[in-house]
Design a protein around this ligand. Structure first.
Ligand code: TXA
Ligand code: MG
Length: 341
């Protein structure tokens, strides 16, 4: 199969919608990352998503809708706190975990009694869902374990030959996946941080909890509240280490120089103006703009591989606002190998 990349036009939307209805997979641009979309109500189509990604069957998919009314048949109940979050942050980079209705195939929810629902901010994503006339189940469009794609070309790298079509709406504005929030109870619990931050959720819902596994790995015997937490993620081929704290730039410079002397190919994923000099450097933007680090992190991890780096030294950002999402992804890319300095 040849994979075509097409700009978003009325004609490409019509074609993509027909492919979804026919049980095929389509690359779907969103404001967070590119997704691998399938008809969420077609169990066979959904199984192809798991196959194309190489994704473990016990990791559930998010169901995307184009308007609020489309949710009603998909869930059994919408608690008040969930309603408030929808009012405040949809359309946008937020997924709400709600009790699922029977029409959602088990393949989507991986056998859980809940389903993650998202109304994306991206105009192109909503246009595709409308063209399909179906809710679209879509995980991030990477092969399992790879950094999520934030451009159509990155998605093509992973999915070439596996799907017929990727719609190209340019680079994703947010750059990290949606916040996944368990909204089944009275206090929302952030299972995966994203563009809708804990601070934003607390302001609307009065209270918020952040699952402790956002910044540490599961230990043996612990079960994940969100199945995605237990898998290795976002990892480039290079050994990846995160340096956190005021001493980070200096520690990174030292480790870089030692590694280079030892014949390795280090690269720095860091913030601007940290005195990294002529060392191999991929910028995550300025220290005061964590949203830029969010937009750049996944392509920086891919770039590290493209440069043939054997060691990626990452500079932490503050865990405030969207910085928490950046640090969650960076931590996971490094297998939580985080050095405090
Ligand atoms: O921004 C996004 O959310 C992107 C775009 C394409 O919308 N999608 C995305 O999907 O990141 P995926 O499959 O790569 O990540 C979904 C995460 C996984 O960690 C999964 O375990 C969790 O959401 N999840 C999905 N349904 C869940 C549920 N019912 N309960 C708990 N966690 C759930
Ligand atoms: Mg993913």
């Amino acid at each position: 199969m040849r994979t075509r990349v097409e700009p978003v036009t009325p004609a490409s939307l019509r074609e993509a919608g027909a492919l979804i209805r026919a049980g095929e997979l389509v690359g779907m641009p969103t404001e967070t990352v590119y997704g691998l979309g399938a008809n969420a109500l077609d169990a066979r189509a959904v199984l192809r998503v798991f196959e194309a990604k190489g994704r473990p069957a016990d990791n559930p998919l998010i169901v995307h809708v184009a308007d609020r009314d489309a949710i009603l048949p998909l869930v059994r109940e919408i608690p008040l706190a969930a309603e408030r979050l929808m009012d405040a942050f949809w359309p946008g980079p937020m997924t709400l975990v709600l009790p699922k209705a029977d029409c959602i195939p088990d393949a989507v929810s991986a056998g859980l009694s809940t389903v993650g629902i998202r109304l994306p901010g991206s105009e192109a994503a909503r246009a595709l869902i409308r063209a399909a006339g179906r809710p679209i189940a879509a995980p991030s469009g990477n092969r399992s374990g790879r950094p999520s794609p934030t451009t159509a070309v990155h998605m093509l790298e992973d999915m070439d030959g596996r799907i017929p079509l990727i719609l190209d709406a340019g680079p994703c504005a947010v750059g990290v996946e949606s916040s996944v929030i368990d909204a089944t109870g009275p206090v929302p619990v952030i299972l995966r941080p994203g563009g809708v931050t804990p601070e934003m959720v607390a302001r609307v819902a009065g209270d918020v909890r952040v699952d402790p596994h956002v910044m540490r790995p599961l230990s043996e015997g612990e079960t994940a509240r969100s199945p995605g937490m237990k898998y290795r993620h976002y990892a480039p081929k290079a050994k990846t280490v995160v340096y956190r704290g005021l001493g980070a730039p200096e520690a990174i410079r030292r480790r870089y120089d030692e590694a280079e002397t030892a014949g390795e190919r280090p690269v720095i994923l860091g913030l601007n103006d940290r005195g990294y000099g002529a060392r191999a450097f991929i910028s995550l933007g300025g220290a005061d703009r964590p949203q830029d680090a969010a937009a750049r992190l996944f392509s920086a991890l891919r770039e590290a591989d493209a440069r043939g780096a054997t060691l990626a030294l990452c500079e932490a950002v503050d865990e405030k606002g969207i910085g928490l999402a950046v640090m969650n992804r960076m931590g996971r890319a490094a297998g939580f190998d985080i050095v405090d300095v």
